[in-house]
Ligand binder design. Structure first.
Ligand SMILES: Cc1cc2nc3c(=O)[nH]c(=O)nc-3n(C[C@H](O)[C@H](O)[C@H](O)COP(=O)(O)OP(=O)(O)OC[C@H]3O[C@@H](n4cnc5c(N)ncnc54)[C@H](O)[C@@H]3O)c2cc1C
Ligand code: FES
Length: 331
């Protein structure tokens, strides 16, 4: 069986046909990941030596990246021993994902196209997650879709999701037309490596578009519970939508936030707040970004734009964390 060696020197076996991400996880090694479908590029790694094979299309890579030897570990397997230049998630105890039965406990419209879904797990469920992580919901029809957790603790065995309606979306059709309280579902989780890192004393910027505010609200909730010595120096949230009703939470629902900046890209003439894209508004504010920590969540376009713009303005690439809400269907 091929062996994979990482930049850190750690090695693990990878059976041909198993993704590099899964093989690492089976060996107790956590690599960064989000979508697991080759779309978001969070699991990007570079092949230094050896032969690998794509299990699915790597849509998250540009032609230049492919030519330079970059691969996406969630949809690549080893054909020979490999040496990989890859980041690892170290010093964090991540709960192993598993399947949990759950019921719909509550459904509430937050905006014309956003639903708050509360899920209830069994009273004895020992579900543990890190604020920022997501779960896959497995509907009885066999559809599986990813949704971030919007609450930060597991009080009363309840989990909160914020779900945006995607036109003609298979799972959207269930949530917005057929879902009712007490429906039985299953979830797989916790998943993903988008969670709070060490932020003591740092200026922290959260950038969201649409329902990308969900995991950020969860992270803010956990920041509010930190002892004073572990708190960030400042916490700024920039939340973007097209029109004001798209920003469906009030500032008071975002704990630990020192500065909340709503940003509208298609605002009515009467809007006196920030206009455009969240990353441009942050840049235009003149904030000192060297030493800042950025968490960005929402559309792929925002995340790509924000990474390029903010890292160009001094944010260290290893302090730019993101979760792209790319399509999670496997079709
Ligand atoms: C890690 C992760 C976390 C996510 N968290 C959330 C969340 O908290 N809240 C939330 O509302 N959504 C979230 N999503 C997106 C969600 O998983 C679904 O992809 C989305 O809700 C569409 O599912 P659907 O079955 O309704 O549409 P589908 O039937 O899957 O798609 C219908 C059509 O829309 C396109 N499409 C689907 N999703 C997108 C998209 N995001 N951008 C552009 N085109 C798309 C498809 O390609 C297809 O053509 C997350 C995705 C990922 C990968
Ligand atoms: S591309 Fe691999 S986790 Fe998204």
């Amino acid at each position: 069986m091929p062996t994979i060696k990482l930049s850190s020197g750690r090695t693990f076996p990878c059976e041909t046909g198993t993704s590099i991400l899964d093989a690492a996880s089976q060996a107790g090694i956590a690599l960064p990941y989000s979508c697991r479908t080759g779309r978001c590029s969070t699991c990007k790694a570079r092949v230094v030596d050896g032969i690998s094979r794509a299990l699915r299309e790597e849509t998250g890579l540009s032609e230049q990246e492919r030519a330079a030897g970059w691969i996406l570990g969630c949809v690549r397997t080893a054909q020979s021993d490999l040496v990989l230049e890859a980041q690892e998630v170290v010093g964090v105890d991540l709960a192993a994902p598993r399947i949990w039965p759950c019921r719909v406990h509550g459904l509430e419209r937050l905006a014309h196209d956003v639903l708050r879904v509360i899920l209830r797990l069994a009273p004895n469920a020992d579900f543990r997650f890190r604020p920022g992580q997501y779960v896959d919901i497995l509907a009885p029809s066999g559809i599986r879709r990813s949704y971030s957790l919007a609450n930060c603790d597991f009080a009363e065995n309840l989990l909160e999701l914020h779900i945006r309606e995607v036109p003609d979306g298979a799972m959207s059709e269930y949530w917005f037309r057929r879902a009712k309280v007490n429906d039985l579902l299953r979830l797989h989780g916790p998943l993903g490596t988008f969670f709070l890192r060490e932020t003591a004393g740092a200026d922290v910027y959260f950038l969201a578009t649409g329902t990308g505010i969900a995991p950020i609200r969860s992270m803010l909730g956990s920041m509010a519970q930190l002892p004073a010595a572990e708190r960030a120096r400042s916490v700024t949230v920039l939340w973007g939508g097209r029109h004001l009703p798209d920003l469906y939470l009030q500032a008071t629902e975002l704990p630990a936030c020192d500065r909340f900046v709503p940003v509208l890209s298609r605002a009515e003439a009467s809007w006196t707040g920030a206009r455009g894209h969240v990353q441009d508004v942050l840049l235009a504010s003149g904030a000192e970004l060297r030493g800042a920590v950025v968490y960005a969540c929402g559309s792929d376009a925002m995340i790509h734009g924000a990474r390029t713009a903010l890292c160009g303005a001094g944010v260290r690439p290893d302090r730019f964390y993101s979760d792209a809400f790319v399509s999670s269907g496997l079709n």
